[in-house]
Write a protein that binds this ligand. Structure first.
Ligand code: PLP
Length: 380
């Protein structure tokens, strides 16, 4: 029986180029901060990697700050920009209602521990930030807002967010965008977006787990979360993880097969809509990433569907968080107007660069039985 992976938005296989890069760099001795030949040689590979990543997102190499994850980059950006604003008497943090927990939770922490006032902006039924609401908030609080953080694309539904419009409304207010899901999947230019800060993560693009980057405008200096050796503009101390960084750059230089991923996704949607006319494809009318499909199957429980799919050798996802093994209703789908019940009947299928037509054929061959059994289990 084949084993099918449609959870590329959670993590995607390491690309051959990234694997080659990490394997060879792991055999190289040298702390990139050391001044001797070993250290300088590692530093050279690392700076080449920094330049490669900078080219891919259209920023300066000095604007790339390596971190141990997208989560860390989000925390540095949100907390750092908040603290910088707070020093000027600004205490409002504005985020969208559909942010990843790596923004939601630090924002809540700032409210609970640092005196931040948190304002959450609604989204439309298609999962796109409501720019009218944002405009009203900005007009009312312009001089009190320390930071605005809106993701570039949502990880559960794939909907793209109008970041340039957010930046235009924000004016002088610093804007951060979490572009973890967008990088390589859709055009992404730090310089053109005009944001202050942007988050990337290697393992979503075929790089290793546990390496990310914060792209931070050169002129912006923010307080550090980690203090120590003063690496990365003294914003993120810690010996740099050279093997993972060179592999991150190799993955960033890989070609993403955008058109074929879009074709697979669209074929999948049209087959599923034919098989089950009552499904809802969440965010279908919005501009979306190529690979992510979020579908509500009325009359089912997503946990049951996941287990049934898993026993049919298909790895999919609910896309939302689990707390103590219990699947919570997705805050993203709730923000888009779903009830708890319909939010809990939704699955995310995410295709990636290794996905094939054979994967799709297999999934749609097992889906009717999975949905039928899922519905039957839900009636009990
Ligand atoms: N932001 C988004 C939108 C994500 O999808 C993820 C990962 O799921 C993260 C942040 C966290 O990135 P990392 O896994 O590198 O901590």
């Amino acid at each position: 029986m084949p084993s099918i992976y449609v959870d590329h938005a959670a993590t995607t296989p390491m690309s051959p180029a990234a694997f080659k890069a990490i394997s060879s760099q792991m055999q190289v001795l040298g702390n990139p901060s050391s001044l001797h030949t070993h250290g300088r040689s590692t530093r050279k590979s690392l700076e080449d990697a920094r330049e490669a990543i900078a080219r891919q997102v259209n920023c300066l190499p000095s604007e790339v700050i390596f971190t141990a994850s997208g989560t860390e980059a989000n925390n540095i950006a949100l907390k750092g920009l908040f603290w910088q604003g707070k020093a000027q008497g600004k205490n409002i943090v504005v985020i969208s209602a559909i942010e990843h927990h790596a923004i939601l939770d630090p924002a809540q922490w700032l409210a609970d521990h640092e005196g931040a006032q948190l304002i959450t902006v609604d989204v439309t039924a298609d999962g796109v930030i409501d720019l009218n609401s944002l405009e009203k908030i900005i007009n009312k609080h312009r001089n009190e807002i320390a930071v605005i953080s809106v993701m570039h694309a949502n990880n559960e539904t794939g909907t793209l967010q109008p970041i340039s419009e957010v930046v235009a409304l924000a004016g002088q207010i610093p804007v951060h965008t979490d572009a973890v899901q967008s990088f390589k999947k859709t055009p992404l230019s730090f310089a053109d977006l005009g944001v202050y800060a942007m988050t990337l993560s290697a393992h979503k693009i075929g790089g290793p787990l546990g390496i990310g980057a914060l792209i931070l405008r050169r002129a912006v200096e923010i307080p550090a979360l980690l203090h120590g050796g003063g690496q990365e503009r003294e914003i993120r101390s810690g010996t740099l993880n050279a093997p993972s960084i060179v592999a991150f750059a190799a993955a960033a230089e890989d070609n993403y097969p955008r058109e074929s991923v879009i074709a697979l996704r669209d074929e999948f949607i049209s087959i599923v809509e034919k098989l089950f006319p009552d499904v809802i494809v969440n965010g279908k009318n919005a501009e979306r990433l190529p690979g992510i499909v979020n579908i509500t199957f009325p009359g089912t429980q997503s946990d049951t569907l996941l287990l049934l799919l898993d026993s049919a050798q298909v790895s999919a996802s609910t896309g939302s968080a689990c707390s103590a093994g219990v699947h919570e209703a997705s805050h993203v789908l709730l923000a888009m107007g779903h009830t708890e019940e319909s939010a809990q009947s939704s699955l995310r299928f995410s295709f990636g660069s290794t996905s094939t037509k054979a994967d799709l054929d297999f999934i749609v061959s097992v889906l009717p039985d999975v949905i039928m059994r899922g519905r039957a289990a839900n009636l009990k």
